[in-house]
Design a protein around this ligand. Structure first.
Ligand code: 3PG
Length: 219
C-alpha cells in the first residue's frame, strides 16, 4: 500500500491476495466503524467486507475508508444503485452472493473490482465467459466444503476463489490448502456477539489468532 499512485482496483486486489483473510462484517452502529477498523488493524488485518445488510452500512463504509491503509469493500450488494452508493462512500470492491449482469455492467463502467458469487461448474464457466478470473464461492460449507470446492474448481485452473459461508478457525486450513483459493472470508472473524458488546480488544485478539493460524499454515 506504499505506492500511492497505484489505482484503487489494483490496490484492493493486492490487499485481498496479501491478506488471505476477509472479515465479512454485519454492523449497524456508526460509532463502531472506527474502533472496528483499528481493532482489525491491531490484529493484523487491513481489509474487510462490510455487508449492505444494515441501514447504516454505507455510512460505515465511508468512515472505515477514511484510512488509506485500510481497504474496505461492500458485500451483499444486490443492485447497481447500491454498488454506486458503495463506491461513492469509498468502497474499493463489491461482492454479491450470486452473479448479476446488472452489477457486471455497473462495476465495469465504474472500474470497480467485482467478486460475484458462484456455486456450480455452470456458474463458474459463465463468469469465466464474462471475463472474470476471481470469484466468491458461496455458501462454501453448505455446498460440501473444501472437498467440493477442490473438485468443482479443478477444471478451471486459471480461476481463483474466495470461499465464504460456514468457514471458521476449525475448517479454514482446508480451504487455504487449495492453490486456487485467493482468500477465505467469513463473519467468524468479527462476530456479532463481540460487536454487540463492543468488545474491540477481543476482536483484536481473535483477529491476531486467525492471522497467526493463517501464517503458520503458509510457513
Ligand atoms: C457472506 O455473505 O459471505 C456470508 O454470509 C458469510 O458467511 P458466514 O456468516 O457463514 O461466515
Amino acid at each position: 500500500m506504499a505506492n500511492l499512485s497505484m489505482n484503487k482496483p489494483l490496490r484492493s486486489m493486492l490487499a485481498i491476495a496479501k491478506q488471505k483473510l476477509m472479515p465479512v462484517v454485519v454492523i449497524n452502529d456508526v460509532s463502531q466503524a472506527e474502533p472496528l477498523r483499528e481493532a482489525l488493524k491491531q490484529g493484523g488485518i487491513f481489509t474487510a467486507e462490510v455487508t449492505l445488510r444494515t441501514p447504516n452500512a454505507i455510512r460505515i463504509i465511508q468512515i472505515m475508508s477514511e484510512d488509506p491503509d485500510f481497504c474496505v469493500g461492500a458485500g451483499t450488494v444486490l443492485s447497481s444503485r447500491d454498488a454506486d452508493k458503495a463506491q461513492s462512500a469509498g468502497a474499493q470492491f463489491v461482492v454479491s452472493p450470486g452473479l448479476s449482469i446488472a452489477l457486471v455492467d455497473e462495476c465495469d463502467r465504474a472500474a470497480m473490482p467485482y467478486f460475484p458469487g458462484v456455486a456450480t461448474p455452470t456458474e463458474i464457466q459463465r463468469a469465466r465467459d464474462l471475463g472474470f478470473s476471481e470469484l466468491k464461492f458461496f455458501p462454501a460449507e453448505a455446498l460440501g466444503g473444501a472437498q467440493y470446492l477442490k473438485a468443482v474448481v479443478a477444471p478451471f485452473h486459471d480461476m481463483k476463489f474466495i470461499p465464504t459461508g460456514g468457514i471458521n478457525l476449525t475448517n479454514v486450513d482446508l480451504y487455504l490448502a487449495l492453490p486456487q483459493v485467493l482468500a477465505v472470508g467469513g463473519s467468524w472473524i468479527v462476530s456479532e456477539r463481540l460487536l454487540a458488546t463492543g468488545n474491540f480488544s477481543a476482536i483484536t485478539s481473535f483477529t491476531r489468532e486467525a492471522v497467526a493460524q493463517m501464517n503458520s499454515h503458509s510457513s
